[in-house]
Every structure is written in structure tokens, then in C-alpha cells.
Design a protein around this ligand. Structure first.
Ligand code: XMP
Length: 510
């Protein structure tokens, strides 16, 4: 069993970053709301207290029960966590006179502290707090200050309890990773054994144990998460994993056949179901984006249900759910609020939804999914694929959908995406695609006047799709792509490039 770190969350926007930084040290970490009853302290070797939008001085301040933690396990308080350790144990926290946001530089009071090994005097740290620690309890020892923050770091003598006012988890804290490593490895003595290979071994074993000889059904989408989940399950239960890959007729050009082949090449027990005609017929005449999404969602469930009924005695439904989808969040207005969605209403559920759920990736982040995929030998091209929306080209064809429009957009999209690959731009872009606009415009080809479709190309950079900016693609590339599209795709005589950021625009046009 690997060593684990408990991260008690008080609602900070940076809590997930703490977990990621810890895992980058090859140490497993879990986030739990500060007042959750769903974890057992005895399972953990060290604890980190997160920041919080709350003030320790407000009535609604989160007050964790640390009786099983403080003085018993190595403990690191970050920002609110540090203020909590000061304020509720005899120190004083008040509002600060100067702004304490952004860059600051460490000045060591106790430079020989293990917490600071390998970190130089003046190291840049990132602050984000409005309260400040005015005085420390008597058995506490100040170990670093900054220009504006007297008690920027301190420890409790006789305990392995440390606290820092700044955020080591953000990249702007230059030696943040070193500080976390010092705390976790040198002070708390945790082993750095949580590697992708180790994740694969433990996950495969626990899947074997959970599933036994039962059958599992899983919907493959061509995306990274469902693929990695499938390969893990395949390692655990082999042919008892039944994958279903549905063609909704709205995938990229040739994607259904090429991805299906790739899946078969990986040895997966996969069935490709071409339901394009059914999807396109149900979508006929519909132009409202939300209604299009609903139709696609409903038809997918019907198709998946029909297919899973054909597999006898299935007990489990596997999903590619990842950690950000399941972390319970602490609400800023009060106690922890569960954000976990529930599909369970009595009756009326498709048969496959009545199955037991298995989610091999539910404790790992997206970048970790990719690393796990890599360690299992999944093709780098598949792991590096841009995100693609579930409703596919349906939300990139503005207005109603016809087979002809799908064909036109698939051609345009293929020229654009292949061009990005050819120009080595694909990996610099987070997501790219083409939109078919519901307007015709006048053009001239040879001596003839044309009146044809306009397409918009979109390429964005982003981290999580929540915000995004358009990519400054080279003019030469845009020129070549536009020429290729207009010369090769019948029905298109105009190409534009979308230069809107999100917000205020969105990535997709519908
Ligand atoms: P927007 O357009 O909201 O897109 O800026 C953000 C990210 O979400 C994807 N997206 C969807 N994915 N079903 C999906 O599975 C949808 O209905 C959907 N709408 C948008 C989009 O491609 C981008 O990655």
C-alpha cells in the first residue's frame, strides 16, 4: 500500500493544485472537505490544510477537528491553514494594512530548517490573503518572513507541524515544489512510489477483485479517458469487458473506421455500432442547439441500451469519470456541498444504468490519465488528441443538419486538422475544428459567379476549456488551408478564421 497524503479542503481555488503538485512528486494525495466523515485519518501519513476564501475571524470560518492530526501526524498549513493554526491555538490574526496579493520574496529567520533545504534566500513566493498573522502562540517559532508579512512561515516546536502564509502549489512560487518535497519526503518521510506503473498495478488488482468473473460494458468515445479506462479493464478482466463504440454520424472524417481499427489493434473486445442513419433521421429539421444536444443524448442512450441488452449477464457499467468530476467541493457560503451528480430516479432508467458502476480513473487527473495511458503503451497520437464534443459536428453545423452538410464539414475539418499536423502545429493547439455557417455568400470561380457556404476555422489554446484564447496561427498556414478548402470542398467558397477569446465567446459556436 502506497503512502498517502490527506489534503483537507477549506474551499480554496488552489486546492486541486496542491493535490497535483504532491502527485508530481510521485506521492498519492486525496482531497477531502474539512468536515467530511468519509475518510479515515489512520490511512494517511501526512496532512496538508488548504487555503480558503473565509477569514478565520468570521463566524462561518471552517473549523476542522484536528485532534487526531495535530501533533500526531506531520502537518502543513497553507494560507488559511496557517492562519487557522495560529488563530485557534493562542495567536492573533487581523486584517493586514498592506496588500498581500502576488509576488513576495522569502527572508529566512531559521535558514537551517529542513523545510527550506535547497531553497535560496529571496526565493519568490506567491501570496493571496487579506488577513495576516499578527502574533504567534508562545510555543510557535517563526522561521521566515517577507517584506510585508512578518509571520510568513512558522513551525511548532516539538511537533512536525509547519505553516506557510504563501501558496507553494502555484507555479509562481518558484521553489514551491521543493518546499512540498522537503515537507513530505524529508520531514514526513513519505516514499515516492506513486508512479503510473504502480497505479496500473494497484488498479488492475482492485478491478480484478471487484469484478471477479462478471461482465462489464463500456462505451468508447475515441477520447483519452474512455480508452485508458478500457485498457485498464482489459488488463484486469480481458474478454469479459465488452466495449461499444457508437458512430453517431457526427464524428470526424473516417474517424469511426480508423479508431475502431485502432481499438481492435489494441486487442480490445469492441463492437462498432453504426447508428448514423438513426441519429441523422432523428435530427432532421432541428436547428435549436440544445434540442440537437438532447436528441443526440437520448438516441445514444437508446442505442447503447439496445446493444448492452445483447450481452448476457452484464453486471457492471464502466465509465471514464476522472478526479475533477468527483471531488466534493466546499461551498464558499457554508459547509461542504456535494457536487456529485446522481442519475438515480426510480423507474424509467435504461437497463444499462441499473448496472453497478466501475470507474477506474475516478481518483486521477487528466494529465495523469495521459501518463497512465503512456505507461501502458497507448499510442501517443491517441493520447494527445484534442478534445472533441460528445454531440460532435452537430454543434459545429449551425442550424439544421443534413447528410450533405456533414460531408462538407468533415472534408473541411480534415483539411484543417491534417494541415495542423503537417505544419507541426497540432500539439500547440488545445482544440481545433471548423464550423459550417448557415449563410451563403457570393464568390467567383473561373468566369462563374458562385453562391456557396462559408466555413469558420477555430483553434484555441486553453488549460481546461473554461477560458480560452485564439491561437495566432501563421498566415502562410491559414493561406494554404483556405486555398485547399476552397479548391477541394465543393459547396464552400469562403473561409474565415475566428479570433474571439472565451469569454466572452465560447469555443463552440453552438
Ligand atoms: P464551450 O463551447 O462551452 O466549450 O466553450 C468548452 C468545451 O466543452 C466542449 N463542449 C461539449 N462537450 N458536449 C460535450 O461533450 C457538449 O454538448 C459540449 N459543448 C461544448 C467543447 O468542445 C470544448 O472543449
Amino acid at each position: 500500500m502506497q503512502d498517502k497524503v490527506l489534503i483537507l479542503d477549506f474551499g480554496s481555488q488552489f486546492t486541486q493544485l496542491i493535490a497535483r503538485r504532491v502527485r508530481e512528486l510521485n506521492i498519492y494525495s486525496e482531497i477531502h472537505p474539512y468536515n467530511s466523515k468519509k475518510f479515515n485519518v489512520a490511512d494517511f501519513k501526512a496532512v496538508i490544510l488548504s487555503g480558503s476564501p473565509h477569514s478565520v475571524r468570521s463566524e462561518s470560518a471552517p473549523q476542522p477537528d484536528l485532534s487526531e492530526i495535530k501533533g500526531k501526524l506531520p502537518l502543513l498549513g497553507v494560507c488559511y491553514g496557517a492562519q487557522y493554526l495560529a488563530h485557534f491555538f493562542g495567536g492573533e490574526v487581523g486584517s493586514s494594512n498592506t496588500r498581500e496579493y502576488g509576488r513576495a520574496n522569502l527572508s529566512f529567520v531559521a535558514p537551517s530548517e529542513t523545510l527550506f533545504e535547497g531553497i535560496s534566500e529571496g526565493s519568490q513566493v506567491w501570496m493571496s490573503h487579506s488577513d495576516t498573522i499578527l502574533s504567534l502562540p508562545s510555543n510557535y517559532k517563526k522561521i521566515a518572513s517577507t517584506h510585508d508579512v512578518e509571520n510568513a512561515a512558522f513551525r511548532i516546536e516539538g511537533e512536525e507541524t509547519y505553516a506557510i502564509q504563501f501558496h507553494p502549489e502555484v507555479y509562481h512560487s518558484t521553489d514551491g515544489a521543493q518546499l512540498l518535497e522537503n515537507f513530505l519526503v524529508k520531514i514526513a518521510k513519505l516514499k515516492q512510489e506513486w508512479t503510473p506503473d504502480c497505479f496500473v498495478d494497484t488498479t488492475v488488482n482492485s478491478l480484478k477483485e471487484k469484478i471477479g468473473n462478471d461482465k462489464v460494458v463500456l462505451g468508447l468515445s475515441g477520447g483519452v479517458d474512455s480508452t485508458v479506462a478500457a485498457i485498464l479493464l482489459d488488463k484486469a478482466i480481458g474478454k469479459n469487458l465488452h466495449c461499444i463504440f457508437v458512430n453517431n454520424g457526427l464524428l470526424r472524417k473516417n474517424e469511426f473506421s480508423s479508431v475502431l481499427k485502432q481499438y481492435e489493434g489494441m486487442g480490445l473486445n469492441v463492437k462498432g455500432v453504426d447508428a448514423s442513419a438513426r441519429f441523422l433521421s432523428e435530427l432532421k429539421g432541428e436547428s435549436d442547439p440544445e434540442k440537437k444536444r438532447k436528441i443526440i443524448g437520448r438516441v445514444f442512450i437508446e442505442v447503447f441500451d439496445d446493444e448492452s441488452k445483447l450481452i448476457k449477464n452484464v453486471k457492471f457499467l464502466a465509465q471514464g469519470t476522472i478526479y475533477p468530476d468527483v471531488i466534493e467541493s466546499v461551498s464558499v457560503t457554508g459547509g461542504p456541498s456535494a457536487t456529485i451528480k446522481s442519475h438515480h430516479n426510480v423507474g424509467g432508467l435504461p437497463d444499462f444504468m441499473k448496472l453497478k458502476i466501475v470507474e477506474p480513473l475516478r481518483m486521477i487527473f487528466k494529465d495523469e490519465v495521459r501518463r497512465v495511458g503512456k505507461s501502458m503503451g497507448i499510442d501517443a497520437e491517441l493520447l494527445g488528441r484534442h478534445p472533441f464534443p460528445g454531440p460532435g459536428l452537430a454543434i459545429r453545423i449551425l442550424g439544421d443538419i443534413t447528410e450533405e452538410k456533414v460531408r462538407i464539414l468533415q472534408e473541411v475539418d480534415a483539411i484543417f486538422i491534417n494541415g495542423l499536423r503537417k505544419w507541426n502545429l497540432y500539439d500547440d493547439v488545445w482544440q481545433a475544428g471548423a464550423m459550417l455557417l448557415p449563410v451563403n455568400s457570393v464568390g467567383v470561380m473561373g468566369d462563374e459567379r458562385t453562391y456557396e457556404k462559408c466555413v469558420a476555422l477555430r483553434a484555441v489554446e486553453s488549460v481546461d476549456g473554461m477560458t480560452a484564447d485564439w491561437v495566432d496561427l501563421p498566415y502562410k498556414f491559414l493561406q494554404e488551408t483556405s486555398n485547399k478548402i476552397i479548391n477541394n470542398v465543393k459547396g464552400v467558397n469562403r473561409v474565415v478564421y475566428d479570433i474571439s477569446s472565451k469569454p466572452p465567446a465560447t469555443i463552440e459556436w453552438e
